[in-house]
Ligand binder design. Structure first.
Ligand SMILES: [Zn+2]
Length: 255
């Protein structure tokens, strides 16, 4: 395995333009449970199973926004308690050394930013901003919203006093167009894409590596489940933790 990780590190160093795509598997290493896995969040809410479709449903949110905030209090607004994993830290270090150009993520946990990554493209939106569905220009940041949620209140619009919505993409909303365009541009530019902790079953993530492949770029997959692109990947590893611990050592010894 050690040799294979060295091999991976060499490929990353040789790449002209390396981009990473990350999914829920990267977050589970930080103690954030995958939504749908065996020990997934949705099986284990404070009042029994959580209904994902309901928490992130835009129509339901407009009827009763308190349902989202109550359900999300622990797993979104407690994120200041969570620490970036070795994957987050390695990706940030690679970017700092000019070895990673961009990071595309399906995650909504802000851990890449907390780990030090700067160019983060969030294709499912982000709770870093909360906005009013009715008043243009009203914005509230994550920290302020989180403090209000933890006090037991709801973040409200200063103009119309309606409850603010996080800029996470809910079911029934369209995906963030700017992020999608940035993601496809970066994927097209990439001669190497690292696909990390995602099974590539949900769009838009499922289609993003295809932009790289179509331009004759290479894809490397690190995921503990099969993906539809396994046969087209130049390398495939199962264990994110093991691979990134290895990369961490290699980075530390190649300063
Ligand atoms: Zn408003």
């Amino acid at each position: 395995m050690k040799e294979e990780i060295k091999n991976l590190f060499e490929r990353i160093k040789k790449a002209r333009y390396c981009v990473a795509l990350t999914g829920a598997g990267v977050s589970t290493l930080s103690g954030i449970r995958d939504f749908r896995g065996k020990n997934g969040l949705y099986n284990d809410g404070p009042d029994g199973p959580l209904d994902a479709e309901k928490i992130f449903d835009i129509d339901y949110f407009e009827q009763d926004p308190s349902f989202y905030y109550k359900a999300a209090r622990s797993f979104i607004y407690d994120l200041n308690e969570k620490e970036p994993s070795v994957v987050h830290l390695v990706l940030a270090a690679l970017e700092q050394r000019g070895l990673l150009r961009a990071l595309i993520t399906q995650n909504i946990d802000l851990l890449h930013q907390k780990g030090g990554s700067r160019r983060v493209i969030e294709v499912h939106g982000s709770p870093k901003v909360h906005y009013c569905l009715h008043c243009a220009g009203v914005r509230m940041g994550f920290d302020e919203a989180a403090a209000i949620v933890h006090s037991g209140a709801l973040p409200r619009c200063p103009k119309c006093s309606r409850v603010l919505k996080p800029a996470i993409t809910f079911f029934g909303e369209s995906l963030p167009m700017d992020a999608l365009r940035d993601a496809s541009d970066e994927a097209q530019n990439a001669d190497l894409m690292l696909v990390l902790g995602t099974s590539l079953t949900v769009n838009p993530a499922a289609s993003i590596p295809n932009y790289t492949l179509r331009n004759n770029g290479e894809v490397i997959i690190v995921n503990n489940m099969p993906t539809p692109l396994d046969s087209r990947a130049v390398q495939h590893y199962d264990d994110l933790g093991e691979v990134f611990e290895g990369l961490w050592e290699l980075l530390a010894s190649s300063v």
